[in-house]
Design a protein around this ligand. Structure first.
Ligand code: APR
Length: 240
């Protein structure tokens, strides 16, 4: 039985299926990932743009980087793979999504049970006083209306804590899942890369490049997220 068919059988028999995604889930929407040959971190040093030190010591570079990402994202939209996951949620095939992505594409595609573990690039706050701010004010490089502090998107920067409620929910869901499907992540970043190991259920890894540290998965499918999800969907539709 092919790996795809094995996963179809596991999806069918699972009462609680969780999907964990990373940047590879959105590359077929035209959004670069981070560590692939065309990824952000091959062109930009993450220490210079995605740390607390970056926002505090070189705000112009920080602002330029996130403005560029926001402007690019505004031209992109969810692909068929995102819509398949939304359809699975509606049909009770999928219960929750935990994502490292800040693009909001899962929610845009219709998923309602989404934990954004690395925050969102579409909501903003003052880095100093924490008051919320608008996208327009951030892009216009305005300062906080209350304390004149620097504005930033609500993404989790390296060295910052993950949003507590999102992490807690994702952990509980994954621990009690029958099936965890990990899609489009290098599993390089802690603590999210530990989540798949915390489930009692079956673990599936779908990725374009198979990470060397993925040996603990029960099934590995080397492929592109959208293509593999379309294939799974087609077979799920057929009573194999
Ligand atoms: N389908 C499947 N896998 C893909 C696709 C695709 N279309 N495109 C890329 N990939 C794979 C790449 O081979 C790579 O292994 O997705 C993975 C993306 O890994 P990273 O670029 O490391 O992204 P991610 O794992 O989400 O990074 C985690 O790191 O930089 C921080 O905060 C950022 O949330 C991000 C975190």
């Amino acid at each position: 039985m092919s790996q795809i068919q094995t996963v179809v059988e596991w999806i069918r028999s699972s009462k609680k299926t969780i999907v964990l995604t990373g940047a590879g889930m959105s590359t077929e929407s035209g959004v670069p990932d981070f560590r692939s040959a065309s990824g952000w971190w091959t062109k930009t040093d993450p220490q210079q743009v995605a740390t607390v030190d970056a926002i505090e010591s070189n705000y112009p570079l920080f602002h330029e980087f996130y403005s560029m990402r926001i402007n690019l994202l505004d031209k992109c939209s969810p692909h068929e793979g995102h819509y398949i996951l939304a359809n699975w949620e509606k049909r009770g095939i999928l219960q929750h999504i935990a994502t490292q992505n800040v693009d909001g594409f899962h929610s845009k595609a219709g998923n309602t049970q989404v934990e954004e573990l690395h925050g969102s690039i579409y909501t903003f706050r003052c880095h100093s006083c924490g008051r919320s701010a608008s996208k327009e004010a951030f892009l216009a490089k305005e300062h906080c209306a209350h304390c004149q502090g620097n504005l930033r998107p609500n993404v989790v920067l390296f060295g910052e804590m993950l949003p507590e409620r999102a992490w807690h929910n994702a952990l509980l869901n994954i621990q009690s899942a029958d099936l965890v499907i990990v899609i489009g992540t290098s599993l390089e970043v802690y603590p999210v890369n530990q989540l798949p190991k915390m489930t009692k259920g079956k673990k599936v890894y779908i990725n374009k490049e198979i990470a060397h540290h993925s040996t603990y998965f029960d099934c590995i499918i080397e492929g592109r997220a959208k293509e593999v999800l379309i294939n799974l969907q087609e077979r799920l539709e057929k009573n194999y």
